[in-house]
Design a protein around this ligand. Structure first.
Ligand code: KG4
Ligand code: ZN
Length: 349
């Protein structure tokens, strides 16, 4: 770490995590997080109004924790980055308004950045600069996309995306029908360790010969979710116990099989040797293992940040902000708006 590298503060508030991270260059100095996940658990999904109010309460205390953790003051910060979108409109607004207030008060430049690009940028905090071009597999509660990254500071090229449910959404819905808590990824990951992934043959969406022509790099998880529901219902109707661990393992393998197969196909078809996986589902242990195993045989390097950096956090926003500052990107104008549907092709506003 060099003291001449910019000190960047990042604020994340697009969903249910209030995150404030501080980085210097590619070095992570602080990653403070407050989550409202428990307040949403009984609804089985994030309630936007509840999330917005929780961000409002958590933002300032989380900011102070991050500054303490990094041992710096607001005056030391060189630039402020904040998630401008995509995400929940009211939740985004809290982070954007807070960041603008800080920027105005401290006279620091502000960067409104794309949450999804930040999920890719965060890997630089763990593995250093990203070799470009790279393929990025972005799998979260709201998104599942395959992207080509030629220059992260300028934008990414979408290759494909889910045509229905996101991968994380499928984990959350299947967990719910297995009686597991929200969010469903972690409990399924855990249960699957004691299950047999080959016990139930669940469908692999959009992998048939015709799909590979029309939807080669797209995903579909809605049919899989329905197949799991039908299978569990049939068991329950016949009065037999539901083998939860086997269902979890077989479902998880179906998701990971499709994700890794298509991600590696994207790398091979584009002649790219680096695959970076980001977003909450990248925390999945089976996904990481399967991707590494399959990629190795083609000489492809897989980069996955540690689980705490995969799920939403402020460090990822700071990482992307730092990347933009280093690339000489102009800051955002102070009147930029939060954009709940911000397209992937826009890295910053
Ligand atoms: O990126 P993220 O924190 O928030 C969004 O931007 O959506 O992703 C949250 C999603 C949830 O659907 C959660 O179930 C999933 O990531 N997730 C996992 C794991 N940890 C979190 N999915 C599978 N395995 C995990 N270990
Ligand atoms: Zn996310």
């Amino acid at each position: 770490m060099s003291a001449s590298e910019p000190l960047v503060l990042g604020i994340e508030s697009s969903c249910d995590e209030t995150g404030v991270g501080i980085v210097r260059g590619h070095t992570l100095l602080a990653d403070a997080l407050a989550s409202s996940v428990d307040e949403h658990a009984r609804f089985g999904g994030v309630v936007p109004e509840v999330a917005s109010r929780a961000h409002l309460q958590a933002l300032v205390p989380t900011l102070h924790r991050a500054l303490d953790e990094a041992g710096v003051t607001l005056a030391d910060i060189d630039a402020i980055a904040v998630t401008a979108g995509p995400g929940l409109a009211g939740a985004l607004l809290v982070g954007v308004a807070g960041a603008k207030g800080l920027a105005l008060a401290t006279e620091k430049p502000i960067y409104g950045v794309n949450h999804l690009a930040a999920h890719v940028a965060v890997d630089t905090l763990e593995h250093g600069p990203l070799p470009e071009p790279a393929i990025a597999l972005l799998v979260s509660g709201g998104h599942s996309s395959l992207l080509r990254v030629d220059d992260l500071a300028r934008g990414v090229t979408p290759l494909g995306a889910t045509i229905d449910d996101a991968a994380g959404e499928a984990f959350d819905k299947v967990a719910r029908l297995l009686g597991m808590p929200f969010p469903g990824g972690p409990p399924i990951d855990k249960a699957a360790r004691d299950g047999d992934p080959l016990s139930i043959a669940f469908p692999r969406g959009l992998t048939g010969p015709k799909d590979l022509v029309e939807h080669r790099f797209d995903f579909s998880f809605s049919g899989l979710k329905t197949a799991v529901a039908r299978w569990v219902e049939a068991r329950q109707r016949s009065g037999e116990p539901v083998p939860v661990n086997d269902v979890a393992a077989s479902f998880q393998d179906a998701v990971c099989d499709v994700l890794t197969r298509k991600a590696i196909d994207a790398c091979r078809s584009q002649g790219i040797e680096t695959l970076v996986i980001g977003g909450g589902v990248a925390a999945n242990s089976r996904l990481k293992a399967m991707a590494a195993e399959r990629a190795a045989s083609y000489g492809i390097t897989v980069r996955v940040p540690r689980p705490k950096l995969c799920t939403d956090n402020g460090a990822m926003v700071a990482a992307l902000g730092s990347h933009l500052v280093a690339a000489g990107t102009a800051p955002s104008k102070l009147d930029f708006a939060a954009d709940s549907a911000m397209p992937l092709t826009l890295v910053g506003v």
